[in-house]
Design a protein around this ligand. Structure first.
Ligand SMILES: [Zn+2]
Length: 76
């Protein structure tokens, strides 16, 4: 995959993480979304090993692109 910002070939890898949420707001305590916020990549605390989110990292401009389409969201 080519970086959409600088066209450099990106490095395939995984975001290794525990519970997480991408949200339009900052969460102070928990990662549970409320009823009105838009969110994506909502991950519960893993039971065994960390979550492994397939992704690409640009070695030049150091941006990471995540495909989060298979994870819990309410963007529709
Ligand atoms: Zn780049």
């Amino acid at each position: 995959m080519k970086c959409p910002f600088c066209d450099t070939e990106m490095i395939h890898g995984y975001l290794n993480c525990g519970n997480a949420i991408w949200s339009e707001r900052k969460h102070k305590i928990s990662t549970l979304p409320d009823s009105v916020e838009k969110y994506a990549l909502h991950l519960e605390t893993p039971l065994l090993s960390p979550h492994h989110i397939e992704s690409f990292c640009c070695p030049k401009c150091q941006k990471i692109i995540l495909d989060v389409s298979e994870y819990d969201h309410n963007l529709d």
